[in-house]
Design a protein. Structure first.
Length: 348
């Protein structure tokens, strides 16, 4: 069954090109060279506000669950945001140079980051501090955890180093001909890699061998994204040629070329990509079919457990809170900020 892509919500988000995008079950956030992070409420299809904490291009954004967002930028800082009130809980000077990439462990207790100071840093997110620093021979521009959290990969130009969490040592290396621009785990042991050519390649993390390769676009591929829906796996690709393509992937036949479901010419020079899934309507459909509430109760329990796993608090970093600015579009969101200012003035 072929799909069609239609514009659903369009907004002139930034005054410069977009450099990063991330999604959770409700929000889409975009980072740009204009040093701002814009928030969009996808349930209401409206602009929700802007975050102005960083000085420099926003280089990476990643949500953890529904409650937290991590952002990294050229100023070397990683900021931890509460997505309920959109306030900066902590601002960490993570790297001496720029933060090029970050990735949150599936447990929410650890994060990894790489920067232009040739270091790979491990962060204890429960306490909001540095846990480990590893020196690299060159600057890495991508870091990514596997879905099971047992391994992670770093990308340095055209080379992928695969690490195991328990030993923190390299277990294998994948080398491509061109610079790698995007990388995604399809499964815990299979990587999809795209770079400065038109070809997507699937590699095994265990053997480091190429399982499949296919020409996806007419120009360099800028970003790839994977998602699962109703038991089916999909890959979405974005290229400098302006096309977004969605491919159907059969994990049982991983060596076969994925089938193209649909494509759309955006007539834009694409830089980054993310997929927002309407989980609420999807869950409603599933619950209607199942006609039982036991699964919903289990989901509720697991979400409570996930929420309790992460508790970022910051009592010392008062300067970060003073710097924080949020510019919501709606006036009702400005009211609590105005009250806060009045309190500060009266206490002064």
């Amino acid at each position: 069954q072929s799909w069609t892509i239609v514009p659903d919500f369009t907004h002139h988000a930034h005054s410069a090109s977009l450099s990063a995008v991330a999604v959770n079950n409700r929000y889409v956030v975009t980072g740009s060279r204009d040093e701002t992070i814009q928030i969009y409420d996808m349930k209401k299809k409206i602009e929700h506000g802007a975050l102005l904490q960083h000085n420099g291009t926003i280089t990476c954004l990643e949500f953890y669950g529904t409650a937290h967002l991590l952002s990294g930028a050229e100023d070397g800082f990683i900021c931890i945001w509460n997505t309920k009130r959109w306030e900066c809980l902590k601002s960490i000077k993570a790297h001496k140079g720029q933060v090029t990439s970050l990735s949150i462990h599936p447990s929410g207790k650890l994060a990894l980051s790489v920067g232009t100071d040739k270091t790979l840093r491990t962060w204890n997110l429960v306490e909001g501090r540095s846990a480990f620093i590893k020196n690299l021979k060159q600057n890495a521009h991508i870091i990514k955890w596997s879905p099971d959290g047992e391994r992670y990969v770093t990308v340095i130009t055209n080379k992928v180093d695969i690490y195991r969490l328990d030993t923190a040592s390299i277990t294998g290396t994948i080398t491509t001909e061109r610079r790698i621009s995007s990388l995604r785990f399809i499964t815990d042991s299979v990587l999809a890699i795209a770079g400065d050519d038109e070809i997507i390649r699937f590699y095994s993390c265990d053997s480091q061998k190429c399982l499949c390769e296919f020409k996806a676009h007419e120009n360099r591929i800028k970003d790839i994204y994977t998602f699962e829906r109703e038991g089916q796996h999909f890959i979405v690709t974005a290229s400098s040629d302006g096309y977004i393509k969605i491919w159907n992937l059969d994990l049982d036949k991983i060596r076969d070329v994925p089938s193209l479901l649909c494509e759309v010419n955006t007539k834009a020079r694409l830089t980054c990509l993310a997929v927002w899934l309407d989980r609420a309507s999807e869950m409603k459909e599933n619950s209607d079919k199942a006609a039982t509430s036991s699964q919903a109760k289990e989901d509720e329990k697991s979400s409570i457990v996930r929420k309790n796993k992460v508790c970022w608090t910051d009592t010392s970093d008062k300067t970060a809170k003073k710097k924080r600015k949020i510019i919501p579009e709606k006036q009702k969101l400005e009211a609590p900020l105005q009250k806060k200012k009045k309190k500060q003035n009266s206490s002064a």
